[in-house]
Design a protein. Structure first.
Length: 270
């Protein structure tokens, strides 16, 4: 067991930490902004058979920007492109098409076509594909947690392949023990997703901390019985608005860990 310290003040003993990925561990905003713009570009090219009217183009762009959470400063941390799964982004895209007169079956088919086209374009140009680099201070914290014997896992609305690619690009396989993706059932923000991930790492939720950049993460943590819930503020150009946290982190250097020598070495989890 280890003691977690926030700005040098002890906040609790832990045996595991569950991390959100985008906007928490990784600087994902440039990648997600490029993804959203690609989908909007494809929507304009394909809506109404590729021949939308000027007024339709303007409204289509505006509605998709609102749906994804795009604004003049970049991405709103609470927007669907920042928080939601690929499936939920597809649903929000199809809903925009319905608002512009498409039937639901047509809207779903068009959204799926657009997402597939953007995915294919990224696959065809892997050399130009944007990575999601680690935010400053992540490596140092993960190393400290590992040294203190703390088990680390990732819970994200990205796909399994997306999470694994991120871990590989940043050499984190030795630091991250397990993952829980949008393809696992149930997916976040269902609190049972947290419980299932804790079961994988053989810890009770109360023995873990969860760190995320969205209230949906933090509410999920509390409902699952997580011991310490921490909101992370530094992953986006616009700081997220968080209300469901126990503590806030403004930089990864705020958080440190030390081995708790008062805990017997033969301590075992239930």
């Amino acid at each position: 067991m280890a003691q977690l310290l926030l700005r040098e003040i002890p906040i609790g003993a832990i045996q595991g930490v569950l991390f959100d990925k985008d906007g928490t561990l990784s600087h994902s905003e440039p990648h997600l902004l490029n993804l959203a713009k690609g989908r909007i570009e494809q929507a304009v090219q394909r809506f109404h058979g590729g021949h939308p009217k000027g007024s339709e183009i303007s409204r289509l762009k505006s509605l998709l920007c609102d749906a994804y959470g795009l604004n003049s400063q970049g991405i709103h941390p609470g927007g669907t492109i920042a928080v939601a799964s690929r499936h939920h982004n597809l649903i929000s895209t199809a809903t925009v098409f319905c608002l512009l007169g498409e039937s639901w079956p047509q809207a779903l088919a068009l959204a799926d076509e657009i997402f597939a086209a953007v995915d294919a374009r990224q696959d065809q140009a892997p050399s130009t594909a944007e990575t999601r680099p680690l935010l400053p201070g992540v490596i140092s914290l993960l190393q400290s947690l590992r040294t203190a014997g703390v088990i680390c896992a990732v819970i994200s609305n990205d796909t399994s392949s997306g999470i694994k690619s991120f871990l590989s690009q940043n050499n984190l396989h030795d630091s991250i023990t397990e993952i829980w993706s949008a393809e696992h059932q149930p997916a976040k923000p269902n609190p049972d997703a947290v419980k299932a991930l804790c079961k994988l790492i053989k810890l009770a939720p109360a023995q873990c901390a969860l760190i995320g950049d969205a209230d949906s993460d933090l509410q999920m943590a509390r409902q699952a019985g997580i011991g310490i819930s921490l909101g992370f503020m530094a992953g986006w150009n616009q700081p997220p608005i968080l209300t469901a946290h126990q503590h806030l982190i403004h930089h990864w250097d705020d958080l440190t860990v030390r081995a708790d020598t008062k805990i017997p070495h033969n301590f075992s989890s239930p």
